[in-house]
Design a protein around this ligand. Structure first.
Ligand code: GLN
Length: 495
């Protein structure tokens, strides 16, 4: 099996002068040119911006300087994270012509580490969705099977890494939007704990749950990217003052004595059988690596989706109020109409069905008379979920289960929004509680004749990223699921 190139491989080769940042970039640009028309991962590739970044790295190396741990590594950015001077559409018509006036902290840190901003990837509108079908500019196709979704909302980023267009990409995860597409596309996706990476420059969806995180080929790259981006930032007062993550250090420490819990509620008989089989295989692998594995209960699992779809829309309805065609966003062409009518028309024209549904839902649960019954109740449930995890992490070090109940579904197949929401059953509770989670490839499944990846979900306590990364890394040392790549990315052999 050929090893897909990691960010570490690229940075080492660039720093050692075996290749240049510009050469790495041109190869990736050519590949995108060749393949991305069929996949639709990129909203926009900005070759000139990327070349400027790459030249800066090559010049630093020519001067004999260390160009950083990500020297010359091309990275794709979800289109809801601000890259200064570049558009940031958030997958929405209302922000089609919006240009980011400042740089996200995560981007600043990546650039300082030598990374090259290659382009922006498609996502569900305002990161609301699990399939990237709610992107106003067109869907993204799963590189494993072009008739299937890549997951969402960060579908473009996940698919771009899976197809080998970039070694790594950024996404955001409010309820699963990094982990679920990572699972469906067969790549590694990390949702750091709340507060780990500054949200400055991430367009808010539900800030109490939003986190930026990386998609990579393996856990070691995820550890490296996390280390680069993590840290307190005075521009995001929810960012945590914490011991920095250890990066690559400690990843090889033995798992002897590590306690892993497998929540019974996540191994439901309703899951796709191949999903449960992958978890069983992983349990054996972790045991052979010296971990102890036990069954645990996570009873609040069944409350997660209901809680998330009250809290999330409530915060979103308030955050999205600014996109009204006056302060921000595309204004309806309606000269002479009253202000209220102008707001209504601008928002109706600019926002898609799912975003409007969330705004209505959120406005309703916050309205007088319903606030106590829904929003306040959801916050009480949030506390229960938080407390159950806290108690569980006294018994075990991390949790293992499936990331999602089933592999990638077909484009257009999930017509009922509730069915789509239920894709998030195993992922939302981590955001609700603020803990960290990641999805790693756990094998391939045959689904109606299509070969599709299955993901494993590792969850750890707040700021416990080092532990889940260490476990994921060792798992990847012992297995080769993460090395599988879609057949020739350009042509799909599935039905
Ligand atoms: N699928 C979830 C939703 O639609 C999660 C989105 C996210 O994490 N941004 O809200």
């Amino acid at each position: 099996m050929t090893h897909p190139e990691t960010a570490r491989d690229i940075a080492a080769a660039v720093q050692a002068g075996q290749t240049t940042a510009i050469e790495v970039l041109e190869t990736r640009l050519a590949r995108i040119e060749q393949i991305d028309q069929q996949l639709g991962c990129f909203q926009q590739v900005r070759a000139e911006t990327a070349r400027a970044d790459a030249h800066r790295v090559d010049e630093a190396i020519a001067r004999g300087e260390a160009a950083g741990p990500l020297a010359g590594v091309p990275i794709a950015i979800k289109d809801n994270i601000m890259v200064q001077g570049e558009p940031a559409t958030c997958g929405s018509r209302i922000l089609e012509h919006y240009v980011a006036p400042y740089e996200a902290t995560a981007i600043e840190r990546l650039r300082a580490a030598g990374a090259v901003m290659l382009g922006r990837t498609r996502c569900d509108e305002f990161a609301m969705g699990s399939s990237t079908e709610h992107c106003a500019f067109g869907p993204v196709h799963n590189p494993w099977c072009h008739t299937r979704v890549p997951g969402g909302s960060s579908g473009g980023s996940a698919a771009a890494v899976a197809a080998g267009l970039v070694p790594c990409a950024l996404g955001s995860d409010t309820g699963g939007s990094i982990r679920q597409p990572a699972s469906l596309c067969g790549v590694t996706g990390l949702k750091p704990s709340g507060g780990r990476i500054s949200r400055w420059g991430l367009v808010s969806f539900a800030p109490s749950m939003d986190q930026i995180g990386p998609f990579t080929r393996d856990a070691a790259d995820a550890a490296l990217l996390l280390q680069v981006m993590a840290g307190q930032d005075h521009r995001d007062d929810t960012s945590a003052e914490a011991i920095p993550p250890s990066g690559l250090q400690g990843l090889d420490a033995p798992l002897q004595g590590l306690r892993i819990g497998v929540p019974a509620e996540h191994c439901s008989a309703d899951n796709h059988p191949e999903v449960n089989a992958a978890v069983e295989r992983a349990v054996d692998t972790f045991k052979s690596l010296g971990a102890t594995v036990c069954d645990v209960q996570l009873k609040t699992t069944e409350l997660g989706v209901a809680c998330y779809y009250v809290v999330g829309p409530a915060e979103a309805s308030s955050n999205l109020a600014r996109f009204d065609g006056i302060r921000y966003g595309r204004r309806a062409d309606a000269p002479g109409v009253e202000l209220e009518e102008l707001y209504a028309r601008s928002r109706s024209e600019g926002l898609g069905a799912e975003a409007r549904r969330r705004i209505m839902l959120g406005t309703w649960v916050l309205s007088a008379g319903y606030y106590d019954a829904y929003y306040r109740r959801a916050l009480q449930v949030r506390r229960l979920i938080h407390d159950e995890y806290a108690a569980l992490f006294k018994q075990v070090d991390l949790l293992l289960g499936p990331t999602v109940p089933a592999p990638a579904f077909k484009l257009g197949e999930m017509a009922d929004p509730i069915d789509m929401y239920l894709c998030d059953t195993y992922t939302v509770t981590a955001n609700i509680a603020g803990i960290c989670g990641m999805s790693i490839p756990g094998g391939l499944a045959d689904v109606d004749g299509d070969t599709l990846p299955v993901g494993l979900h590792l969850q750890g306590p707040v700021l416990g990223e080092d532990r889940i990364l260490q476990a994921a890394h060792q798992f990847q040392q012992a297995t080769d699921y993460h090395l599988s790549q879609p057949p020739g990315a350009a042509t799909s052999t599935c039905s």
